[in-house]
Design a binder for this molecule. Structure first.
Ligand code: GDP
Length: 432
């Protein structure tokens, strides 16, 4: 069976920790979308790791880790990460790279950076990892598929064609040095050799695993609100962040995805630009940022301070719906233990004064104001607690209030960054 671990919000919900935890009982963990533009932070007996490309199952000897066809494969980042985990004494992972994955080229990163520079103040806050130029090229049918690396003639012809097109942009839009065919070819040859040991028909492998009754975990990157169709377009990422896309980005039948664990954070945070109705500022935001996550809310890839906000019922309810959540994993709840009172955004006030709990399209979002309800805090450290009943009453009330408002079952509560910091819970919303 297949389980998906995906984000309900803007990303950084703690998917890496939940995946790492569930990987213990999984045979395969596969990344199905996105690239090295976001990171998962994982704390386990080997140490603390920021993974950008490798699936979060790499720490177990019994799991196969797969980079699926839907991923924006940054070979340099992949090799760096493989080295970094082995430097920290993690055994070499069983890694497979889909022969249908496409490759992020160094000119994608350049184009990303040049475009951000050109847009200056109006930029998207891109991590300059080349993701948008990469996916644009994939769908314009001028990307490099891993399988093509092994066909010299295809490669040469394609490099020629691509350089011609890219150099128009390089020269006339960005006023930057032209690409040289021989450099692009050399880069591709380097990637071919680096990838050679890992390339496989991963969709066929997964199909076989399903036949053998194995457990497969799909690991999503970012969250619903960054989805190009259903998120806060255009301040989104360039590949679908939804569990449904797992079928495509991994090459598996959609009906095999039986469990969709949607990770939802106990407060809000976002990186990059874009609408964020429940955002808070000043000292209130600084304190939550300092105390948030595991050692502060700063981007795992960029180190950028994350934007902070209160839990947003409207965005999270929508986020869970689009994911098709069968289970909600409610994370970083321990962080809120310092607050006397905890505001929750329970609705959006529209310009005409009406209040909605349905997430609007981006043009309307900008006009919404948060409607806040305040819940009492629990004023203590809940880390180390392992059963739901042992949580302070106000803490349980917070969880239950949010569950009732979002309408999806919170079956896991995460109260710390470690694998074992998890509380399983019976939810009244879960059909047995
Ligand atoms: P991801 O991209 O969704 O995997 O999220 P990130 O790894 O970027 O951010 C989550 C951060 O919160 C990481 O630093 C995790 O170690 C940390 N984290 C995850 N779950 C918990 C939790 O329940 N409590 C605390 N305090 N930190 C957590």
């Amino acid at each position: 069976m297949i389980k998906a671990v995906v984000g309900a919000n803007w990303g950084d919900e703690g998917k890496g920790k939940i995946t790492d935890m569930l990987a213990e009982h999984s045979d395969v963990v596969i990344r199905f979308q996105g690239g090295a533009n976001a990171g998962h932070t994982i704390v386990n007996p080997y140490g603390k790791f920021a993974l950008h490309t490798l699936p979060s199952g790499v720490f177990y000897d019994h799991t196969t880790s797969i980079i699926g066809n839907g991923v924006a494969l940054d070979v340099q980042a992949l090799m760096r990460e493989l080295k970094a985990i082995q430097d920290q004494k993690v055994p070499a992972p069983h890694l497979m790279v889909s022969n249908r994955a496409q490759i992020v080229m160094s000119y994608h990163k350049l184009l990303d950076a040049y475009e951000e520079e050109r847009l200056a103040g109006a930029s998207y806050g891109s991590t300059k990892s080349g993701i948008a130029p990469f996916y644009s090229d994939k769908f314009a049918k001028i990307g490099f598929q891993v399988s093509e690396l092994f066909d010299e003639d295809t490669l040469k012809a394609k490099v020629k064609k691509i350089c011609l097109m890219k150099n128009v942009l390089m020269e006339h839009l960005y006023h930057k040095p032209r690409l040289k065919e021989e450099d692009v070819l050399a880069e591709l040859e380097e990637y071919r050799e680096a990838l050679r040991p890992y390339v496989a028909d991963t969709s066929a492998f997964l199909n076989q695993c399903l036949k053998e009754g194995k457990t497969i975990l799909l690991e999503g990157q970012l969250g619903t609100l960054k989805d190009p169709d259903h998120g806060i377009y255009p301040m989104v990422t360039s590949s679908s962040t939804l569990a449904g896309y797992g079928a495509i980005g991994a090459g598996v039948p959609p009906y095999e995805i039986k469990q969709i664990i949607t990770v939802c954070k106990a407060y809000s945070s976002a990186v990059g630009a874009g609408e964020f109705v429940s955002e808070i500022f000043g000292e209130e935001a600084d304190e939550l940022r300092r105390r948030g996550g595991d050692g502060g809310e700063y981007g795992a890839t960029t180190g950028r301070p994350r934007r902070m906000g209160w839990f947003d019922v409207v965005a999270s309810k929508y986020g869970c719906r689009l994911q098709g959540a069968t289970d909600v994993a409610f994370t970083v709840l321990d962080v809120l233990g310092y607050l006397d009172e905890i505001p929750v955004c329970t609705g959006y006030e529209m310009p005409d004064g009406t209040v909605t709990t349905d997430f609007p399209v981006t043009v309307d979002l900008a006009k919404c104001k948060p409607v806040l309800e305040v819940l009492p805090g629990w004023k203590c450290d809940i880390r180390g607690i392992r059963s739901y009943e042992e949580l302070p009453e106000n803490c349980r009330k917070y969880v239950e209030f949010i569950e009732e408002r979002i309408g999806y079952p919170i079956t896991m509560v995460s109260n710390g960054p470690k694998r074992e910091d998890i509380i399983y819970r019976e939810s009244p919303l879960k059909e047995s």
